[in-house]
Design a protein. Structure first.
Length: 434
């Protein structure tokens, strides 16, 4: 077995793994990233809607997303240069979060005020004036399309919170490639189509064995394997002290033609609609991406094996999500044949990720990130690097949590919020909304 030595090994080359490699490399570590897929961002990242929004149920979520927005706006600066493949773009559209009984709007507004996120409260009249293609009827709770009450008349009108700085990144897989290229400039190595077969340890992690017979030696290893993160944790023998677990979840996002005039001044639009259990955003080519917010009426497709799932969008989920969106946008045309993508997310019990050390010294995790963390990719590398630097220098992050100050906004974030040992966040939406 051949042996190669590095300062750190990252397992997974999605947008999170590439962010880790970039930050670790910029900090002076020799990094190798191992990825079972064919390219950076070819797994869960490629299935992301790449939404940039700020409404979370916690300070850490809001502060991280607001900080990351500034990095997406200055993407070249964040990367420290360009990419021959081109650079992903942040498209600012503004976003509307519609209300629903499960939201604590006063709490979110207070978090926005604390973080400095601009927003406006819109009543139904303002929504109709600003976004005339939207119907303001209240339909909560979301209903299955097979429910006889699905097409009942509204029971009132919704209000909403408008955040002008929301939007999306136009190409999530390209964003991962950009981070990979930036990491390579700092000396990082990437190995694709490479499966991990074992993790070696004595009193701490020492390396990883690969299917091709190679062993990569390193005193630091980070599990950023997305839906396969549970299997990687098993190889490392960690997880017994986790109070929060992760599971792979099959998800679908569909695309149709957006009605002409959707948005403000032709600039596109992002709408989060928990009243109907859906979200949608425009695309630069005139399309509309439509996904779900895991309403109680929809069964979730948890997977035992993240590689064993139906690869194509299904008519049942397509109809449910598109007809919900059409209730909010009556001019939306719903073609008969589904078009979209099916992917697998890595989801934690409360849809808040785990960025932490583990019981095995030198072995760290950035897991449970799918669904609502793409937007925070610019700060995830910073978070894990801060935790790693502290722990490798003798600090016990469990008892003395790392609290980095974010460079662009100056906000401080307590990283115990993302601890493997935390209590499940009862304020979470327990959905992609976080």
């Amino acid at each position: 077995m051949s042996d190669q030595g590095f300062d750190a090994v990252v397992i997974g080359a999605g947008v999170m793994g590439c962010s880790l490699a970039h930050a670790l490399g910029a900090g002076g570590r020799r990094v190798c990233v191992v990825e079972r897929g064919p390219a950076a961002g070819s797994g869960s990242t490629s299935a992301s809607s790449a939404v940039i929004r700020f409404n979370y149920s916690t300070w850490e979520g809001v502060a991280s997303a607001w900080e990351s927005k500034h990095a997406w706006e200055d993407w070249r600066g964040h990367l420290g240069g360009g990419d021959e493949a081109g650079l992903a773009r942040f498209i600012r559209t503004g976003g509307l979060l519609l209300d629903s009984p499960g939201q604590d709007r006063a709490k979110v507004s207070a978090l926005f005020d604390r973080a400095g996120v601009p927003y406006d409260e819109w009543d139904a009249t303002t929504i109709r004036e600003q976004l005339p293609l939207l119907d303001t009827g209240r339909h909560h709770p979301p209903k299955a399309i097979t429910d006889e009450a699905f097409f009942d008349e509204p029971t009132g009108e919704v209000r909403g919170c408008w955040t002008p700085d929301c939007g999306f990144v136009d190409d999530p897989q390209l964003a991962a490639h950009n981070l990979m290229s930036a990491a390579v400039r700092h000396g990082a190595a990437f190995r694709f189509r490479t499966a991990v077969t074992g993790i070696t340890a004595r009193d701490r992690v020492t390396g990883v064995d690969l299917a091709d017979g190679t062993r990569l030696s390193a005193p630091v290893m980070i599990n950023a394997a997305g839906p396969h993160s549970g299997a990687v944790n098993e190889l490392a023998g960690v997880g017994a002290d986790f109070a929060v677990s992760t599971r792979p979840l099959r998800q679908e996002v569909h695309e149709v033609r957006a009605p002409d005039g959707l948005g403000r001044d032709g600039g596109g639009l992002l709408v989060a609609d928990p009243d109907l259990g859906t979200y949608f955003r425009t695309t630069p080519s005139g399309g509309l991406l439509v996904g779900g917010t895991e309403p109680e009426c929809d069964p979730l497709q948890w997977l035992d094996d993240p590689d064993d799932y139906h690869l194509h969008p299904t008519k049942a989920i397509y109809d449910a999500q598109l007809y919900r969106a059409a209730r909010r946008v009556p001019s939306l045309t719903v073609p008969h044949t589904p078009r979209g993508i099916a992917g697998v997310y890595d989801v934690s019990d409360d849809w808040i990720p785990i960025y932490d050390k583990t019981s095995l010294p030198g072995f760290y995790v950035a897991i449970g990130t799918s669904g609502n963390q793409f937007k925070n990719a610019p700060v995830v590398g910073l978070f894990l690097t801060a935790i790693i630097d502290a722990c490798e220098n003798g600090r016990d992050h469990d008892s003395v949590p790392v609290r980095p100050r974010l460079p662009r906004t100056g906000h401080e974030v307590d990283l115990s919020h993302y601890s493997r040992r935390r209590r499940i966040n009862s304020d979470s939406s327990f959905s992609v909304m976080g």
